[in-house]
Write a protein that binds this ligand. Structure first.
Ligand code: CTP
Length: 402
């Protein structure tokens, strides 16, 4: 099933140069399964054509508040939609929406949105975004209950290099926010979840390090899914081999000690910790200040253990904080997992064996879950995103039981 199958999206486009990106958004959502009804403002039509959107969505485009035979589109369209998104939303549109105007089809549709979630995606010159009047208008929209995305910093669609935020986020980012708004209410909504991902690196000298094959895929899938379910997510990650997700706040670290500090700091407000990272367990006892040269004798590395992050943060957890650890075992899966469950004081351990299609770097994983209550549950070999969803279902139950 595609993520937007059976969903209806009302996409409002206002008159900014970034409107060309909305065509990509309309296509992206349509390919993902959504029925996309596009509403163009009068000035949007100066930037992009009706035909473009009709061709991309396979549906008629709307641009008139009062059109023969369609006098009630501003009531019908929002009522039929599962979510409304205005992208790009210009400074002028934001001002009109904040004032509750209903002088065109899009503004009137917002007023008729009822309980349907509304996502506003601002795009404008960085100075206009920073203006006190725009700040006030945006604050008003948020007060009303609209979700307003933060624009990005970087080159504006007008090819000007904005020195502050103003640029419209990419269609994939907007799509992730829409998926979040379409997600049914979950106990994870409003919670703070800390997820760790990826390997850590321990330097030998300025150019070499000890690490492992972790890609961070499992942790990123967990962070992404927790955010989609409405949680505020802190993703503490070592060097990732995959793109970091949209939504979670990324804290990038290098060493196990840095990861331990970042996890500890985030735990101050956390309702749950999911420790999917593969921190390096050893580090060189001495880090050479200069590159180690090839000498006559073969070199010997003296190693020492790094901090066990899960164990060391037992005292940093708030009462009721749910803790999920992972265990990678090449033999004695159950005994190893249960020992880690107890020693690291976890509520659940997600155990991995080593086999083809599971573990480091793959897109799929086969895990067995061991609960503090003695439960044991084997999950099938599946995509890491499905494994993440299964783990979060268990996390939701554990949070619910608190
Ligand atoms: N972990 C941790 N700090 C470390 C190493 C691991 O917090 N320095 C966490 C992992 O993120 C995982 C769990 O502990 O959630 C188990 O990791 P694993 O590598 O399976 O076990 P180790 O504790 O490292 O034990 P061993 O290598 O002896 O199996």
């Amino acid at each position: 099933m595609r993520p937007f199958d059976g969903r209806r999206v009302l996409l409002g486009v206002t008159g900014g140069i970034a409107a060309y990106k909305s065509a990509a958004l309309a296509r992206d959502l349509t390919v993902a399964g959504a029925a996309v009804d596009v509403v163009l403002t009068r000035s949007a039509r100066e930037f992009v054509g009706t035909i473009t959107f009709e061709a991309l969505t396979g549906r008629p485009v709307h641009d008139q508040l009062v059109a023969a035979g369609h006098a009630l589109d501003h009531i019908r369209l929002p009522r039929e939609a599962d979510v409304l998104v205005v992208a790009p939303a210009t400074a002028d549109f934001i001002a009109r929406a904040a004032a509750g105007r209903a002088d065109d089809l899009l503004a009137a549709s917002l007023l008729a949105a009822g309980d349907t979630p509304v996502l506003i995606v601002p795009a404008m010159n960085d100075r206009m975004w920073a203006h006190a009047q725009t700040r006030q208008n945006v604050a008003r929209l948020r007060e009303i209950g609209y979700h307003v995305m933060e624009p990005e910093t970087g080159m504006l669609a007008s090819r000007e290099e904005g020195s502050g935020p103003g640029r419209m986020p990419e269609p994939s980012t907007i799509r992730a926010h829409l998926a979040r708004l379409l997600e049914p209410a979950s106990v994870l909504g409003g919670t703070h979840i800390v997820v760790s991902a990826g390997p850590t690196r321990e330097a030998l000298d300025p150019v070499r390090f000890l690490s492992n094959h972790s890609s961070g895929k499992m942790g990123v899938a967990l962070a992404e899914a927790a955010w989609r379910r409405g949680a505020t997510v802190t993703l503490v990650a070592g060097p990732l081999a995959v793109e970091p997700p949209t939504g979670p706040q990324l804290v990038s670290v290098e060493t196990t000690a840095e990861m331990a500090d970042a996890v500890r700091a985030a735990l101050a407000t956390a309702d749950a910790l999911v420790m999917a990272a593969a921190p390096a367990d050893f580090r060189p006892r001495d880090v050479a200040e200069q590159k180690i040269k090839k000498g006559a004798a073969s070199p010997t590395l003296a190693l020492e253990f790094t901090t066990d992050i899960l164990r060391s943060t037992r005292d940093a957890r708030r009462p009721g904080c749910v803790v999920i650890g992972f265990a990678l075992e090449t033999q004695g899966l159950e005994a190893g997992a249960r020992a880690k469950l107890a020693a690291k004081e976890c509520d659940l351990i997600v155990a991995n064996g080593v086999e083809a299609g599971a573990g480091f770097g793959t897109d799929t994983n086969r895990v067995t879950l061991f609960g503090r209550d003695g439960a044991r549950e084997e999950l099938p070999l599946q995509d890491k995103r499905d494994v993440a969803d299964a783990i979060l279902d268990r996390l939701a139950r554990l949070l619910d039981g608190r």
